[in-house]
Design a protein. Structure first.
Length: 453
């Protein structure tokens, strides 16, 4: 019975996603300029999550592997380049963000010149890979979202694809939790050769923390999408939203719980609605508290399969990593010890854990120069978010909620990065800077959302 229900749920998620996407296409104005780029961009985001080198890779001797995600990246770049060449899109505006991104990338390249482009040991992350997937490609996504998403249709398509991906992650989390390995796609998710977090719902990221964060980002994308689709599309989105509660819970990861709770509470208390929320908010809050109290003995146990909030072993590891970071930062405070070299700095003959705090790890590996440039980028991102909040259009519910949800999508990632090294997950970096690009787009052209206001 359960396999049949699982297959039915997967099929329903796929059909619902295609239907919502079809509604998105149907709602574009007949005079609107058509571009395939948003579709390619959305599919590229999906491919980064699940159609990567673990899924399939064509190996070229002496070169990097060719995968679906990399082919789609080329398609996105070619499509964007064509629009620039034909002057259908002009990269005009305040370029301070792009200049600081370029400065940060130069610091990364300098670090690799000084400390090496290749990994020192087989188990260690490759510096050029971290540079490419952690920073260069996400910065490119920022540029695409800022300059090429020229209308609501483009934003709607990308949000639809993100939300469908989130529903898929939730269904896969269910299959992982209840042992339906033969139904999990892609199959590498349950591959025992990759042992990390096999006891949790780790999804195509092979990491439960990143999986939970990705679900939460897609949850926010679905809420952002709501006013952009018709009544049937809204019904399908609302019907799928409860799946995210279960999906995040099945990750059995505290950081995932935290960011989802932050997202949910922010939406409940601050998103504007046409009808008063004075009944809904207390009801949802009471139901959540009742669920926590009823399951407190299990949730606050040390067992990961039922919550694992009281498990302290990983907390101790993080304190050890912080102590190591302080010592290493003192050795090379300005330029750092080298990009992706944190894990090989001690006892290189044994496997080392990566830093679990993105900014602290950046300070160690790239020094004050790299950390300073990255912090300036974050400041400029929040400057754009402040610009959205200060726009007179914020008096309209749709624009106010859009500003809030974009801020939320970026903020929950920064909160999660306190517990994990974000540069190791390409999808998280990509989605973060995509939303940052949307913030810049709406800051430059707030009229983009006017058709749905």
């Amino acid at each position: 019975m359960f396999p049949a229900l699982s297959i039915a749920a997967l099929a329903l998620a796929g059909v619902a996603g295609l239907f919502i996407l079809r509604l998105s296409w149907a709602r574009r104005p007949s005079t609107a300029h058509y571009s395939i780029l948003p579709v390619l961009f959305g599919l590229w985001m999906v491919s980064v999550a699940m159609w990567n080198t673990y899924f399939y890779a064509f190996k070229v001797p002496g070169l990097f592997d060719i995968s679906i995600e990399r082919v789609l990246l080329v398609f996105v770049a070619v499509s964007a380049g064509y629009q620039i060449f034909t002057k259908r899109v002009r990269l005009v505006g305040d370029h301070r963000m792009e200049l600081w991104m370029a400065a940060f990338l130069v610091i990364c390249v300098l670090s690799m010149f000084l400390n090496g482009f290749a990994a020192k040991y087989a188990y260690a992350p490759k510096p050029w890979y971290i540079f490419f997937t952690g920073y260069l490609v996400p910065f490119m996504a920022f540029v695409v979202a800022r300059y090429f998403f020229e209308d609501v249709r483009s934003i709607r398509i990308v949000l639809t694809i993100l939300f469908v991906l989130g529903v898929y992650l939730c269904v896969v989390a269910f299959l992982e939790r209840f042992g339906f390995k033969e139904l999990v796609f892609p199959s590498y998710i349950t591959d025992t050769r990759f042992p990390l977090h096999l006891d949790r719902a780790r999804g195509p990221f092979l990491n439960a923390a990143f999986n939970g964060l990705a679900m939460t980002i897609c949850f926010v994308a679905g809420l952002f999408l709501l006013p952009m689709v018709g009544a049937l599309g809204r019904f399908l989105i609302l019907a799928c939203l409860p799946l995210f509660f279960l999906g995040v819970f099945f990750t059995s990861t505290r950081s995932a719980y935290l960011v989802f709770f932050l997202a949910l509470s922010t939406v409940l208390f601050f998103c504007r609605t046409r009808t008063p929320k004075w009944k809904l908010v207390p009801l949802v809050t009471a139901l959540c508290l009742m669920a926590v109290v009823a399951n407190s003995e299990r949730l606050f146990s040390e067992r990961r399969d039922v919550g694992g909030i009281a498990q302290m072993e990983e907390v101790d590891i993080r304190f050890q990593l912080i102590a190591k970071s302080i010592r290493l930062f003192g050795e090379a405070p300005f330029l750092g010890i080298g990009l992706a070299h944190f894990s090989v700095s001690d006892a290189p003959e044994t496997v080392q854990d990566n830093q679990h705090n993105h900014l602290v790890g950046m300070a160690v590996e790239l020094g004050l120069a790299g950390l300073g440039a990255y912090l300036v980028i974050l400041v400029l991102i929040f400057r754009n978010l402040y610009s959205l909040a200060a726009n007179p259009r914020v008096t309209r519910n749709v624009y106010a909620n859009a500003s809030l949800l974009i801020t939320l999508a970026i903020t929950i990632t920064l909160v999660n990065n306190v517990f994990v090294e974000a540069s190791l997950c390409p999808f998280i970096n990509l989605s973060t800077f995509t939303f940052a690009g949307l913030a810049a787009r709406l800051s430059d052209h707030p009229e983009t959302l006017d058709p749905v206001l």
